[in-house]
Design a protein around this ligand. Structure first.
Ligand SMILES: [Zn+2]
Length: 269
């Protein structure tokens, strides 16, 4: 009975990204390799299981801090092409991380239960990554994304991966920006994602990264795999990595638009 109740709660919660983002960020800061990061990963694992996805946990070291992980939910289709949607689970120490990045996690959770309705064109990996915040890990790389990109490469990503999309700070300040380090819009990456925005009536524009990028998409691109980030727009995130990044600042409408855009991108031919 308890298992049924927990599963029902996980499935009801996952349907509403705002309630998931509020819940995760109300626990407090989730630095890489902390107990709270693990708790948020546990929630995502339950959501993926409830959604009927094949779940894998990829552990890795966070030097000087302990261990973290990527929680991966796989949705198989008859096709071999692959699309990845990821969001980082950790926050900076001292920051409840509502927009950065319980918002992205909550959209991933909301997508999990909708995949059969979305009817994705390609195989999908939904991923709650760990240890993204370099201000805390001190690593030059987003460690979870680095492990994930290598795993994707060992699963044929050079041939199969159409794009990996990092959802990072999608809880307020729209219109969103789509960001990538590419020198121009690529037809099968940025163009495909911008078109999904248009089809979902989600205002969106592409802005090139200043350097190699500041979210999980960076490690894919550095390995030569196509990736981009959907996130905060022109207003930026004044509470990034700060105590004021609280649940009360989240805008349910922004979360819904991020979910709708990503669903359209997964469905696209
Ligand atoms: Zn972030």
């Amino acid at each position: 009975m308890l298992a049924v109740a927990v599963a029902a709660a996980a499935s009801a919660a996952a349907a509403d990204p705002h309630s998931v983002a509020v819940r995760i960020s109300s626990w407090g800061p989730r630095p890489a390799a902390s107990d709270r990061e693990a708790r948020a990963h546990g929630l995502m694992e339950r959501v993926f299981h409830t959604a009927g996805l094949r779940v894998g946990v990829q552990e890795f070291r966070v030097p000087g801090h302990g261990r973290s992980r990527n929680v991966i939910g796989v949705y198989d289709t008859p096709r071999t092409c692959l699309r990845i949607v990821m969001a980082h689970t950790d926050s900076a120490p001292g920051a409840p991380g509502a927009n950065d990045n319980a918002s992205g996690l909550a959209v991933v959770a909301a997508l999990a239960g909708r995949l059969s309705r979305i009817d994705p064109r390609c195989d999908v990996w939904l991923v709650a990554t760990g240890a993204e915040e370099r201000v805390y890990t001190g690593s030059p790389d987003h460690l979870g994304a680095l492990a994930l990109a290598r795993r994707a490469r060992s699963h044929g990503a050079r041939r199969r991966l159409q794009w990996a999309l990092s959802l990072d700070e999608v809880g307020r300040d729209r219109p969103f920006w789509l960001r990538s380090p590419a020198s121009a819009v690529r037809p099968t990456v940025e163009r495909a994602l911008l078109d999904a925005g248009s089809r979902g009536h989600v205002p969106l524009r592409w802005v090139r990264d200043e350097s190699s990028g500041n979210s999980d998409h960076r490690e894919f691109e550095l390995l030569g795999l196509p990736a981009a980030k959907l996130g905060v727009g022109a207003g930026g995130e004044p509470c990034r990595h700060m105590a004021c990044d609280r649940p009360s600042r989240l805008d349910p409408k922004s979360l819904t638009l991020a979910r709708r855009m990503t669903a359209a991108a997964l469905r696209a031919h």
